[in-house]
Design a protein around this ligand. Sequence first.
Ligand SMILES: Cc1cc2nc3c(=O)[nH]c(=O)nc-3n(C[C@H](O)[C@H](O)[C@H](O)COP(=O)(O)OP(=O)(O)OC[C@H]3O[C@@H](n4cnc5c(N)ncnc54)[C@H](O)[C@@H]3O)c2cc1C
Length: 318
Amino acid sequence: MTDWRDDLPDVRGKLLLDQPLAPYTWFRVGGPADALFLPKDEDDLAAFLKALPEEVPVHFMGVASNSIIRDGGIEGVTIRLMGGYWGSVEPTGSHSLFARAGALDLAVAKASAKHGISGLTFLSGIPGSIGGAVRTNAGCYGRELKDVANQIEGITRSGEKVRFEAEIAQYGDPKIDFSYRHSNFPDDVIVTGILLTGSGDGDPDALQAEIADHQARRAETQPIKDKTGGSTFANPDPPGTPDARSSWKLVDAAGCRGLRVGGAQVSEKHCNFLINTEDATAADIEALGELVRARVLDVTGVDLRWEIRRIGRIQTKV
Ligand SMILES: Cc1cc2nc3c(=O)[nH]c(=O)nc-3n(C[C@H](O)[C@H](O)[C@H](O)COP(=O)(O)OP(=O)(O)OC[C@H]3O[C@@H](n4cnc5c(N)ncnc54)[C@H](O)[C@@H]3O)c2cc1C
């Protein structure tokens, strides 16, 4: 039987077969990608997608700070836009920046401070890539990506370059619908770059201080030094709901703080975070999440929804 991987298109970046993905994830778990593509630049990516047979599944990942990659690995081609070319962040005027998709949110926040652009420092609280932030409408401290996203560039599964004129996108925008920690950005488009707009009245030192303050608050309240995936469950009520319920309070009320399955544990510091204490598998982490959901449902009647994306094949035991 022929392997679809024998006929992969030529690339200028790297194309790695059976590449372990765990080292690329925050949880440090998960199996290999059938093929991992690290494109050199946009043209390399577009040409590859154009030439790749349409039946080959394609998945996108950033730094997997919001993902559990299952132990059986990911079928098809996984594409990751990190490092070098993909990490650039450049000012495009007095109050906007263009960031390529692999730029870390923290790097975008730091660049905004350097150039005196206010309104973007909230990104320093999010440990993902700016491409991942589009998909998850990442946010904190009262701001979200939708408040600052102006134009989003991407490449479709068939290799066509596209641009979304989002203006300052709002909930309900007909082109890209952003909602709490989610967007309906098309599944078959990989984000390659984003124009972010703040305002040009910022003092670089004050903006740097804002970043330091956000980071100190994070370190105090979240297990950021652990192997984790951020908030596990979405809060059940939309933002702005009076008396909104928090997932962490429900998890705590169900007695799950510190609960363990194998090497996975509910964080003692923040119980909406699951952590890999040492040698957890993806299956341990997912099973722990499901156990927490079942207990919360039993005790509080609330059916929590996973905020973390789970992707890949479940490993079958032999
Ligand atoms: C300690 C910790 C704290 C966190 N705090 C916050 C917080 O305060 N607020 C918050 O919103 N999130 C938070 N998160 C979650 C996470 O950082 C965000 O969801 C982040 O935006 C995910 O980015 P990523 O690059 O890690 O994406 P991944 O986890 O790699 O992927 C997430 C989704 O984005 C898609 N994706 C990734 N890159 C692209 C691309 N280039 N084009 C198209 N789709 C793409 C993936 O296919 C997937 O569907 C936290 C996580 C951790 C570990």
